[in-house]
Design a binder for this molecule. Structure first.
Ligand SMILES: Nc1nc2c(ncn2[C@@H]2O[C@H](COP(=O)(O)OP(=O)(O)OP(=O)(O)O)[C@@H](O)[C@H]2O)c(=O)[nH]1
Ligand SMILES: [Mg+2]
Ligand SMILES: [Zn+2]
Length: 328
């Protein structure tokens, strides 16, 4: 009789997800793994039952690996996607230490509403976020200063980088070191290029912005987890066009804009939505520059969107599962 083989691990890390299959890191090796059908029955309003960053319980069938269950998540970074008769939650990454919100200040142009939508979602999910303004080689200092300034009272760290000249890359390196980060932002802002600069071994695919914008395609098509040579890991993601937060009750939105949370205590009404109420401290601050105009605009746009999805007065309960119908 042969001696019995070494015991095999029953836990793996999901590094990439496809429709019915995914790739996992198991005992230091990348392996393909199948998803058990049962996972799809239990996924509720989630688009996919597993996500990059998940710790999963696996079992072996001869040489194949199957994922039996997803272990409890430390946190979940997700967005809302329009489904056929109700909206779905698309989990973008799990168990991360931070979200790095990557923006371009060249082409494509900086979009405060996109950045604010992502930042709000991070706050709701309890995940720290850092804003990166990339392509500073293509921007005027005054414009950079104005954008950075709008995040000062929002308690968000802002980095300025160029993956071409290398400016600011030391700061980014220190932010990424020994942490698990997900890079998120519009297509073409330079997420993959930044990662290649940090770790040239990664050799991620990148593309001319003009080409990808015209073709309407993303250069990165799948989220993927990578270990970093400096310690830690990053998840590179495909760029988004529209980012819709999932599950934020409209009346809670004001708590996810740090500069408004503080001021809210000074409004006449405790439940003030800072929209048209009398004696509103946020409206006053926005008029005299205490709250950045771009941030307040983002807030109003999001408030309206969340109300149209989750209920008019903003005090309705958000329902889970197929009962929760999108009203638009
Ligand atoms: N001028 C300049 N160009 C940059 C910089 N960073 C990236 N680029 C260029 O921007 C283009 C798009 O970069 P990618 O890294 O493919 O962008 P991405 O965010 O990964 O895009 P998706 O994968 O589609 O989401 C490439 O042509 C890069 O060379 C920068 O700091 N300055
Ligand atoms: Mg990319
Ligand atoms: Zn108010």
């Amino acid at each position: 009789m042969e001696s019995s083989p070494a015991p095999r691990s029953t836990t793996a890390l999901v590094v990439r997800v496809d429709a019915r299959q995914c790739e996992v890191l198991l005992d230091g090796e990348m392996r393909a793994a199948l998803l058990r059908g049962r996972l799809f029955e239990e996924r509720g309003t989630d688009k996919s039952p597993v996500a990059v960053g998940d710790q999963v319980t696996i079992s072996y069938e001869n040489d194949d690996i199957a994922i039996d269950a997803v272990q409890e998540r430390r946190n979940t970074f997700a967005r809302r996607v329009a489904g056929e008769d109700y909206d779905l939650r698309q989990v973008l990454a799990t168990n991360v230490d931070q979200v790095v919100v990557v923006n371009s200040v060249g082409v494509p142009p900086f979009s405060s509403i996109v950045a604010d939508r992502i930042l709000t979602t991070c706050s709701f999910a309890g995940i720290p976020a850092v804003v990166v303004l990339n392509k500073i080689d293509k921007s005027k200092p005054r414009k950079l200063e104005r954008i950075s300034e709008s995040y000062r009272s929002a308690e968000v760290q802002v980095l300025q980088t160029s993956a071409i000249t290398g400016d600011g890359m030391d700061d980014l390196l220190e932010v990424l070191r020994d942490k698990t980060s997900v890079l998120y932002g519009l297509s073409g802002v330079g997420k993959s290029t930044l990662m290649n600069y940090i770790d040239p071994e990664l050799k991620l695919e990148t593309r001319e912005t003009s080409n990808s914008l015209m073709s309407g395609r993303h250069t990165t098509t799948h989220s993927r987890w990578f270990p970093l040579a400096i310690g830690g890991a990053v998840i590179d993601t495909p760029g988004v066009r529209k980012f819709r937060p999932f599950g934020i009750p409209p009346h809670e939105l004001r708590l996810h804009f740090a500069e408004m949370r503080e001021l809210g205590g000074e409004c006449r009404f405790p439940a003030c939505l800072h929209r048209d109420e009398p004696d509103c401290a946020v409206i006053a601050a926005h008029e005299n520059g205490g709250v950045a105009k771009s941030r307040y605009r983002s807030y109003l746009e999001l408030l309206e969107e969340l109300e149209s999805v989750y209920g008019g007065t903003g005090r309705n309960e958000i329902k889970d599962g197929p009962d929760h119908k999108a009203r638009r």
